[in-house]
Design a protein around this ligand. Structure first.
Ligand code: FO1
Length: 320
């Protein structure tokens, strides 16, 4: 017997935490995550896929919950040695995380596309959800700033998000193809969820892969988005500043405008109750609930609220 199938478009921390709650509410094998790869980066000759790895580490319990990325308690002996040997090593890769990257590098070098390397890593970490990169093709986010155009990790990590964002360019997007399984998952899901991730640099690059936005739009009635903006702020990351500097309203209304063609429902936080009418005026149903994922209970609560907003009842008894 299979339960409802859910496909989730996800970036890093917010999406991973939502997926963690969802996989406690539904059998994880019925969940497919379609994950942003625009942040991917090749330091030290390795392929780092931060959003995929944040999902892998969050769902396997290895995550450093405070930072939201990397492995809890990881050491940095390899990186320190690289620095002693003259490498700037500004991108932090812990020793345990480095181990995952060595395994991924071996899989990719043997000819596996990113999607099958990811499936292998997920299986080896005993994850049951289906974890898909949005695309196997190179798609890289570049950020236009007053200091020039920067690759995403130079903007995000090296320069600490200090530059005002004037534009976002997705290199390679025109020829990127959805990874195997993505369009099938979107077409056959009972519910599609757009996780509370940055609409511009996490969800944007997924929807921009030719074929994905139209596949979600074709399932608009079955798609529920969760606003990552709560009370005029992003819970994590630069979404608020980025929306503002690119001329979007920093509220669930601004989010609803970006998603109005792909989702029929937006879940927004109680503190934004006053925005519900303006969201609905855009033709998007507003569901108001507590969206802040405090602790594992908060992740599960949000997952249940989203399943309910999507018209699905949870087969698993409501937990804490
Ligand atoms: N974020 C940082 O702020 N500094 C880092 O040195 C850093 C290293 C890193 C390594 C692996 C990984 O999976 C994520 C890492 N992140 C780091 C986070 C990452 O850059 C961002 O969280 C995402 O790209 C934004 O979604």
């Amino acid at each position: 017997v299979t339960g409802p199938r859910v496909a989730v478009l996800s970036g890093g921390v917010g999406g991973a935490r939502f997926l963690h709650g969802l996989c406690a509410e539904l059998p994880a094998r019925d969940v497919t995550a379609v994950v942003n790869v625009g942040d991917d980066f090749e330091p030290y000759g390795l392929h780092v896929s931060p959003d995929l790895d944040t999902v892998l580490y969050t769902l396997s319990g290895l995550i450093d919950d405070e930072r939201g990325w990397g492995v809890a308690g990881d050491s940095a002996r390899a990186l320190e040695q690289a620095r002693r040997l003259g490498d700037e090593a500004w991108f932090w890769l812990g020793d345990v995380d480095l181990g995952l990257h060595l395994a991924r590098a071996a899989l990719l070098r043997s000819g596996a596309p990113l999607s099958s390397a990811t499936a292998t890593l997920a299986r080896r970490l005993a994850l049951e959800l289906r974890l898909l990169p949005a695309t196997d093709d190179p798609l890289r986010t570049y950020v236009g700033t007053d200091a020039g155009e920067l690759d995403f990790q130079t903007y995000f990590v090296r320069r600490g998000q200090r530059d005002a964002v004037r534009g976002v360019r997705l290199d390679g997007v025109a020829t990127a193809r959805p990874a195997p399984g993505v369009l099938d998952a979107l077409g056959s899901a009972d519910l599609i969820v757009i996780a509370p991730s940055n609409p511009l640099i996490s969800i944007g690059p997924i929807l921009a892969v030719p074929g994905i936005r139209s596949a979600v739009a074709a399932r608009r009635a079955a798609t529920v988005a969760v606003s990552p903006i709560v009370g005029g702020r992003a819970l994590k990351g630069p979404a608020a500043a980025m929306l503002r500097s690119l001329g979007h309203e920093v509220s669930p209304v601004g989010v609803a405008r970006l998603y109005a063609d792909v989702c029929a429902t937006l879940v927004l936080d109680e503190v934004d109750d006053g925005h519900a009418a303006a969201v609905e005026a855009l033709g998007v149903r507003a569901v108001v609930t507590q969206t802040v994922m405090t602790g594992h209970g908060g992740r599960r609560r949000l997952a249940r609220a989203v399943l309910e907003a999507g018209g699905l009842r949870c087969p698993v008894a409501a937990g804490p």
